[in-house]
Design a binder for this molecule. Structure first.
Ligand SMILES: NC(=O)C1=CN([C@@H]2O[C@H](COP(=O)(O)OP(=O)(O)OC[C@H]3O[C@@H](n4cnc5c(N)ncnc54)[C@H](O)[C@@H]3O)[C@@H](O)[C@H]2O)[C@H](O)CC1
Ligand code: K
Length: 510
């Protein structure tokens, strides 16, 4: 699913108004009445006090429509106008008059802290103060109002986006943003819902289709793409009946050091489970028996010591995954450098191999085109430097990717796959996956896909999704805490099958 910026959303709005020959007021009515329908369906007329806080722009206009429909259906509603500016939008004003015509009680004006109403824990709040139009710091009393609402800890529904969130930078005051139980957002999800600094402001997101122009939505490239099952199924390549193990390549996993051989076991197994035809593990001597015993399907080549000092392969690999448990010893960096100069196969670079590159940035010049690099936040910082906020992090990652023509998989709650100006946001996975070895499994999985001839961007997107999806299958059975990396490997097959599982159908009455 595409993600648009605020200005692209506005454009979609305008195009729809023109192509459908409707007014912006009608579009507002359509959008906001869908939110009312959701509420009405859930509340079924319940008389809990509902406080609707409206700003003075179009987000406020949406709130006024919701208020009117709630009043018309006999709900117990109080409407407040958060008067932070005199520049009321045209559609706000029309809906303000419409509400005044039917409500017994006129909207209550809030102009300072003295006007704050009492909101109780048992009540409900509709947050329509700011939408995607927020473009400058809030006046202090509005920040206070948001904190006042949050303090009530009552059920809060945000319209389009929690008020106080910008769509292009982190909030000025981390507490000056509505904490929503649910955000009902229009047409397309917003980037802020998936970034670590801003994703936590809403527990749930519901995207509602408000019928914006299909052609425009289809033809306009978004700023990012949200990756769910629908997006990855077309990336999967089915297997031909007459294929043989050579068809799926011979990949090599390179890494390991004394005490860190387990990382190689996980990565090698993961590459095979993803479907690589053959896999060789290249490890220091101390890893030989461990690998031969725990992954009998793999071949093993060893270096002579407890750390890797040279990397000499006697075959041309179809793909390389390097870095798991590797260490950053000078001799290892040298071996890595020599290998990079020789190697032509597609690569995945992880963990200590990333740290080697951070220590010696010249190594980056030798990467094959579209090498996949899989940093966690600390490793990313070593590559691209510190960032101001998540948006700045994305910009810097894009610049890095463009400079070195590499694919970055920025690991996190929603891992980001970045290639030049393209951003893919993975939407599978869960907090149980923040566990030792989870990254080694990902590297093995991506290497397994490259080995089969998937191009690097497809491999990064599909592999990251399947990694999260395998984790989700485990969490459904065992919960988050007991999830360990080896379980992810063992669930790769199920994760593939899950791609093609149809939701259970209810029997149709004839
Ligand atoms: N695009 C769609 O699909 C639809 C959007 N709708 C709703 O419209 C809002 C966006 O409305 P907009 O009027 O552009 O912005 P806001 O209501 O978010 O902001 C209000 C207003 O306030 C000004 N402003 C910004 N920051 C500040 C500040 N710190 N202090 C004071 N004033 C500020 C800003 O210039 C704006 O004019 C969208 O989120 C949807 O809820 C629709 O109704 C349906 C279709
Ligand atoms: K809002």
């Amino acid at each position: 699913m595409k993600i648009f910026s605020a200005s692209q959303m506005r454009m979609a709005d305008e195009v729809t108004i023109k192509s459908e020959k409707i007014s912006s007021l009608e579009l507002m009515e359509r959008a906001a009445s869908q939110i009312f329908n959701l509420l009405h369906h859930r509340l079924q007329g319940a008389q809990i006090p509902i406080h609707v806080f409206c700003g003075i722009g179009n987000n406020g206009g949406d709130g006024l429509v919701i208020s009117r429909l709630l009043v018309e259906h006999g709900y117990n509603v109080k409407t407040y106008i958060v008067n932070f500016s005199e520049n009321r939008s045209k559609d706000f004003l029309v809906n303000y008059d419409r509400l005044k015509e039917i409500a017994k009680e006129w909207p209550f004006q809030i102009k300072s802290e003295e006007d704050f109403p009492t909101v109780q824990y048992q009540d409900m709040v509709i947050d329509s103060i700011f939408g995607i139009g927020l473009n400058r710091p809030l006046v202090p009393w509005v920040t206070q109002l948001i904190k006042h609402i949050n303090n009530a800890r009552c059920f809060t529904l945000s319209v389009d986006i929690p008020s106080g969130l910008y769509d292009y930078k982190k909030p000025d005051d981390a507490e000056g943003v509505i904490f929503a139980d649910v955000t009902v957002t229009f047409q397309l999800p917003k980037l802020v819902f998936f970034l670590p600094q801003t994703g936590g402001y809403t527990k749930e997101v519901e995207v509602i289709d408000i019928g914006l122009d299909r052609n425009f939505l289809h033809q306009t490239p978004g700023i990012a793409e949200l990756i769910n099952k629908n997006e990855v199924v077309p990336l999967y390549r089915s297997r031909h009946k007459y294929s043989h193990k050579g068809t799926f390549g011979h990949c090599v996993l390179i890494g390991g050091s004394y005490g860190k051989i387990g990382s190689m076991v996980l990565a090698t197994k993961a590459a095979l489970k993803m479907g690589a035809g053959l896999a060789t593990a290249y490890v220091p001597e101390c890893g030989y028996e461990v690998l031969q015993t725990t992954v009998p399907e793999a071949m093993v080549i060893t270096d002579s010591d407890d750390e890797l000092e040279e990397i000499n392969l006697d075959f041309e690999p179809s793909a390389v995954g390097i870095g798991m448990g590797l260490g950053t010893d000078e001799k290892t960096i040298k071996a890595f450098e020599e290998f990079l100069k020789e190697n032509k196969a597609p690569m995945v670079i992880d963990a200590d191999a990333i740290n080697c590159m951070a220590k010696k940035p010249e190594l980056l010049e030798h990467l094959p085109l579209q090498t996949i690099i899989t940093p966690h936040p600390k490793e990313l910082e070593r590559l691209i430097g510190k960032w101001e906020d998540d948006f700045d992090k994305i910009r810097k990652a894009q610049e890095f990717s463009a400079k070195y023509r590499c694919v970055l998989v920025v690991k996190g709650a929603n891992s980001l796959i970045i290639y030049e100006d393209q951003i893919y946001i993975n939407n599978s996975g869960n907090p149980g996956m923040a566990t030792a070895g989870s990254g080694d499994v990902l590297t093995g999985m991506l290497t397994g896909l490259l080995s089969q001839g998937y191009d690097p961007i497809r491999a990064a997107v599909l592999g990251t999704y399947l990694h999260g999806s395998a984790g989700d299958l485990i969490a459904q059975k065992n919960g988050f805490e007991a999830l360990i990396a080896g379980d992810i490997v063992n669930n790769i097959g199920q994760a593939y099958l899950e791609l093609f599982r149809q939701p259970q159908q209810q029997e149709q009455k004839s």
